[in-house]
Design a protein around this ligand. Structure first.
Ligand code: ASP
Length: 409
């Protein structure tokens, strides 16, 4: 029943997208770009803004709670420490590599990305960001302020600290841990309500984008989509084949064959969490020990998102270029750090990576409102990135399985 609802939402988003393109093109043809842009910015875009506001509203509780819940789901720190460190190290290294691949591909494509004339935020100044200040600022000096100012990196530090605190507190921490798990569940539902509004938000934003830019913007969206998929493919071929070959002593062909059902399901469902039972089955088929897969896979579905990281890097470069910001090397490094953390904070559900993109954009001074430019085709990005996320979780499971002295198929 739930799966059916998700499918319906996908179809509705597609309808909103196509309808938005058609209506936007009609405005553009009838009024010309300037008048159509001004008219739709005044009367249609505000409905899209409502949707973007709701996305921004949910992002703080979403990150705070999903990371805390991820830490809590590790159970007792001491007991899971050994597998935990290997898993987390694998997740972090592969995700950082994913970000670098995303940045390289996006920089190659950058010349072809457009600079758009979206007057509204034209005066927006890029934040001058210094790496050391950024690192110091990750650590909050106040527990409440980061929540109200949506300082995502600080929120992640708070979530990790309290998540570990709950685990270390043992029995006394358990009621609070249960509360967090339940609160996280509720937040996911609220996110579901907001995502249910997607078709309307997509429609309004697409009308505005196409009316103001003309249908040629669609070609640019195709280009950024292509850049993301090239990044996904490079990551699969380079990182996963090498890691299963080198660390798990397994033939990459066998690995890809066995993980294919999970990847295909992830591609259509766009949810790592929903794909979990199938990923588990694929890992069973590769003889991954059940202790390993029952720890690595749920954690991976919550925090390990290589596809999401690639998408966030490509999208950040694209949107920065759209508003005429040429990112410096320091800002690229900030993208690697924030996209790694943002992908960890991304829930393994449909569309969550796009919500977390706001954090990456914010860190390099691109107003998150511009997510609207690519939101309409997010599902197309999401299909590929979720498949990659799930394959990444399975690759970690086979590697950890080998490190623990077990044989893979
Ligand atoms: N849909 C992705 C997943 O479940 C998350 C994302 O939106 O990037 O893995």
């Amino acid at each position: 029943m739930q799966e059916k609802k998700k499918m319906n939402l996908g179809v509705k988003i597609l309808i909103g997208l196509v309808a938005g393109i058609i209506v936007g093109a009609i405005f553009w043809m009838a009024m010309g770009a300037d008048a159509a842009g001004a008219f739709t910015a005044k009367y249609i875009k505000p409905f899209g803004d409502i949707f973007v506001n709701l996305l921004k509203f949910i992002v703080v509780p979403l990150v705070l709670l999903s990371i805390m819940d991820g830490v809590i789901s590790m159970g007792d720190i001491g007991k899971v420490g050994k597998i935990g460190w290997k898993t987390v190290a694998y997740f972090l290294v592969t995700t950082a590599i994913a970000c670098i691949i995303g940045l390289i591909v996006a920089n190659i494509f950058k010349g072809a990305f457009p600079v758009l004339s979206l007057a509204e935020d034209a005066a927006y100044e890029a934040k001058s960001s210094n790496l050391m200040d950024t690192i110091v600022n990750i650590f909050p000096n106040n527990a409440i302020a980061p929540l109200s100012s949506s300082s995502m990196l600080q929120i992640i530090v708070i979530s990790l600290a309290f998540g570990c605190g709950i685990l270390v507190a043992g029995d006394k921490g358990k009621p609070f841990g249960d509360f967090i798990t339940s609160f996280n569940e509720v937040t996911q539902r609220v996110m579901g309500f907001i995502l249910a509004l997607s078709p309307y938000g997509v429609f309004a934003l697409m009308v505005w984008v196409v009316a103001a830019q003309g249908p040629k913007i669609l070609g640019h969206l195709g280009l950024v989509l292509l850049a993301a998929y090239i990044g996904y493919i490079i990551h699969v071929v380079l990182v996963y084949s090498m890691s299963v070959k080198v660390f798990a002593k397994m033939s990459p062909i066998t690995f890809f064959k066995k993980v294919f059902p999970a990847a295909a399901f992830a591609f259509t469902s766009t949810s790592s969490v929903a794909s979990l039972p199938i990923t588990r089955e694929c890992c069973d088929d590769m003889h991954v020990d059940s202790e390993v897969s029952s720890f690595v896979l749920p954690l991976g579905a919550t925090v390990n998102m290589d596809g999401t990281a690639i998408y966030q890097c490509v999208a950040a470069i694209f949107l920065a270029k759209c508003i005429g910001i040429d990112l410096t090397l320091t800002q690229m490094i900030i993208i690697v750090v924030t996209a790694t953390l943002a992908s960890i904070g991304t829930a393994g559900t449909s569309g969550a990576g796009m919500i977390m993109l706001a954090m990456v954009l914010d860190a390099v001074g691109v107003p998150p409102t511009y997510i609207g430019i690519i939101y309409g085709i997010d599902r197309l990005f999401d299909m590929g990135r979720t498949a990659l996320n799930v394959v990444g979780d399975a690759s970690c499971a086979v590697c950890v399985n080998h490190w623990e002295g077990n044989n893979n198929a």
